[in-house]
Write a protein that binds this ligand. Structure first.
Ligand code: GLY
Length: 397
């Protein structure tokens, strides 16, 4: 295990760039392993978790060709109960972790065919998913539209409130002695062929034995990282709505309801506190986070087709964020190709789900020098990282 270097605020064993859920869980778990840890972020607890709905949807978000990712998603889902209990015990925060299951429905013949294919894939992967008729779906969720043609009942796909989760992770970090540098990371500093720290927008330059790049979509463009080693992460915009279910209407929905409507995904995530989250668009528009009339219209139109009563509810918030997309939709976990720099980024649609396992494997790597088995298919090396010695010849010492 690397030695603890110092408790001063500008030198640490581990410096995590990015104070979203992935950076925070990495910092918390690293600190628990006895490493002096710091986080760089102007606003820890921000990022995509402020927008995300928080579905823990390993089974209903399964896609063809993503069976390797499925294994990691299932492993993280398996760890969720203990992870949530530990975080709540440490911080006293209720995380809104709700083991409510998910119903994925179809509205027309095309959507039904799509869902049938998904069911075959789920069964081939050994997942628990039960085909229901339209009538059976409506018996479970009476607010569903009469036109629902069938659906999949997945009792193992749950939800958590990402805003509560990220707030609890900030507190967990503070209680575990993590130091926060509340400023933007302007550049990675490389000295003698290894990552040495970062230069911040406030002019300070904290140093560290190991640097973790966990800055979500921004990870792909941090100055100072050799260009050939920059993670191939891009922003994928998602617009999300929040509505409020008045007490008189409860329970409006008792589980997450999702569907593919004319090829687009829509989901409704009902919280115990009456919030109903409706998401999400998926748009390749770079860094744009504008909430558009078209985005809101499409979400409400599709959600209304699914659950007509939704138009009665107060609309309390519209928001857009960016998911950190990677070329194969799976995260990048592990050595970057530059000594002293490791990656925890590119979680795309599964950041909230993958939080527990990411914290564990990153802490394992940072404390023991070895990436745990379950993360090995996800090293950045799969994208053909350049030979580090060649890359480093371009770098000033
Ligand atoms: N996991 C849901 C989304 O990315 O929209």
């Amino acid at each position: 295990m690397p030695s603890r270097t110092s408790d001063t605020s500008d030198t640490s064993d581990v410096l995590v760039i990015g104070g979203g859920i992935i950076g925070l869980v990495t910092a918390w778990r690293a600190a628990q392993r006895g490493l002096a840890t710091a986080v760089v972020d102007p606003e820890p607890g921000g990022g995509a978790a402020r927008v995300a709905a928080g579905m823990l949807a390993a089974v209903t978000e399964l896609h063809y060709g993503e069976e390797t990712l499925l294994a990691l998603n299932l492993e993280s889902a398996r760890r969720y109960p203990d992870f949530a209990a530990e975080l709540t015990e440490l911080t006293g925060h209720d995380l809104g972790y709700r083991r409510c299951g998910t119903l994925q429905v179809a509205l027309d013949a095309d959507d039904r065919a799509h869902l049938r294919e998904l069911h075959v894939l789920q069964e081939r992967c050994g997942l628990e998913s039960q085909w229901l008729s339209g009538r059976e779906c409506r018996r479970l969720e009476p607010m569903l539209a009469p036109g629902v043609r069938g659906g999949l009942r997945v009792d193992g796909d749950h939800q958590i409130d990402p805003r509560r989760l990220v707030a609890a992770l900030v507190v967990a970090c503070e209680r575990s002695g993590v130091v926060f540098h509340r400023a933007w990371a302007e550049r990675l500093d490389v000295a003698r062929g290894r990552a040495a720290g970062v230069t911040l927008a406030d002019g300070t330059a904290p140093r560290a034995g190991q640097v973790v790049l966990a800055a979500g979509s921004l990870s792909g463009r941090l100055a100072g990282v050799p260009e050939a080693l920059l993670p191939p992460v891009r922003p994928v915009k998602g617009q999300v709505l929040r509505l409020a279910v008045p007490r008189a209407y409860a329970p409006f929905l008792s589980r997450t309801v999702r569907a593919v409507v004319r090829g687009g995904h829509v989901y409704l995530v009902p919280r115990e506190n009456g919030e109903l989250v409706v998401g999400a668009t998926s748009e390749e528009l770079g860094w744009d986070t504008t909430v558009t009339a078209g985005g809101v219209y499409e979400l409400l139109r599709d959600a209304h087709e699914l659950v007509p009563g939704i138009t009665e509810l107060p609309l309390t918030e519209t928001r857009a964020g960016v998911r950190p997309g990677s070329p194969d939709n799976a995260p990048l976990l592990g050595p970057s190709g530059l000594d002293g720099l490791v990656l925890a980024t590119g979680h795309y649609r599964n950041g909230v789900l993958l939080t527990p396992v990411t914290g564990d494997v990153m802490a394992g790597l940072l404390a023991d020098g070895e990436l745990p088995e379950e993360a090995r298919p996800f090293t950045p090396r799969r994208f053909g990282v350049a030979d580090p010695s060649a890359v480093l010849q371009e770098q000033p010492a």
